[in-house]
Design a protein around this ligand. Structure first.
Ligand SMILES: [Zn+2]
Length: 308
């Protein structure tokens, strides 16, 4: 089966073409300004297509109604209720499956990445915000449609405004932008300090702060740890609710690895109730990197095609 998976994010699109479950082509490109979501996906598909196509899968950030393939709302897109499935089926004349990008990444991680061998687990994606997916009995659990949007549970009394319009959301404490905000505060308070000198002339983002931490800057390391601790606080709540076998941490910031996940693990062990009488879930860093969402979208399309 020749299937294309597309992961459409805030600034980048990633497309893969898979044949019989093996990735044959990968393309990654920046989103064009002013381009609609449908046009961006179309361009991605045309970039990797080769030979007769059997199905297309799409993973997209936001509130996705998978059963009819509608993007109800997305943080990075213009417009609401975008009928991705029907528009693409009209253009390409093959079956199209659409899901939230964390759900497609979870499919990939649980079937061929860090989650192999586990039946019940959570994927928590840490990047521009926090996304997630719930994997139960070998399948993604979607609730009525939108389960797993835990970046917007309130974990802090601080009145930091979140992109969603609410205050105190988990992702406003634990995300790339949260790390950048902490660093900006340090640089402003101490413009002659080591971090200010290291970041001088660079845009302060989650990535540049992580790079400063990796370069050995103690202040940057402390900030990365602080975000890791905030990640752990939220994970403890999720574990209290779901009691999963495994939690996989993915996304751009999550894939940084132990400097973020290590502190989170410590918080989980310390804050789990009945900690001495139970085994805390394994917390793994995602294994598939940035292609997980696109690969999972292709897997979803294959599954839907086979099940049809
Ligand atoms: Zn929010």
């Amino acid at each position: 089966m020749n299937v294309i998976g597309v992961d459409i994010g805030g600034t980048k699109t990633l497309a893969v073409r898979m044949e019989s479950g093996i990735v044959r082509a990968t393309e990654r490109f920046e989103l064009e300004r002013g381009s609609t979501t449908i046009d961006s996906i179309t361009r991605a598909v045309e970039k990797v297509v080769d030979g007769p196509l059997d199905a297309i899968g799409v993973g997209v950030a936001g509130l996705v109604r998978s059963r009819d393939g509608v993007l109800v709302w997305g943080p990075h897109v213009q417009g609401t209720n975008i009928p991705i499935r029907s528009e693409l089926e009209n253009r390409f004349n093959v079956p199209v499956s659409v899901d939230n990008d964390a759900n497609t990444a979870a499919l990939a991680e649980f079937q061929s990445g860090a989650g192999v061998g586990y039946r019940n687990g959570l994927l928590v994606t840490l990047g521009t915000g926090i996304g997630g997916a719930i994997y139960v009995g070998g399948e993604v659990y979607r609730g009525e449609s939108f389960a797993g949007e835990w970046g917007h549970v309130r974990v802090t009394d601080a009145d930091m405004l979140c992109d969603c319009g609410k205050r105190g959301c988990w992702e406003s404490k634990a995300s790339g932008p949260a790390l950048a905000r902490l660093a900006r505060e340090v640089v402003q308070a101490n413009p002659d300090g080591s971090l200010a000198r290291l970041l001088d002339g660079q845009e302060i983002t989650g990535e540049t702060v992580v790079a400063a931490a990796d370069a050995g800057d103690e202040t940057a390391r402390a900030l990365v740890t602080e975000v890791g601790l905030a990640l752990g606080q939220g994970l403890s709540d999720l574990i209290a609710i779901f009691d999963p076998e495994v939690v996989i941490i993915g996304g751009g910031l999550g894939s940084v690895g132990e400097s973020i996940v290590g502190p989170a693990r410590r918080v989980v062990v310390d804050s789990l109730h009945g900690a001495r009488l139970r085994v805390p879930p394994t917390i793994h860093v995602a294994a598939l990197g940035p292609t997980a969402g696109a690969v999972g979208a292709a897997m979803l399309a294959s599954e839907d095609r086979n099940g049809a």
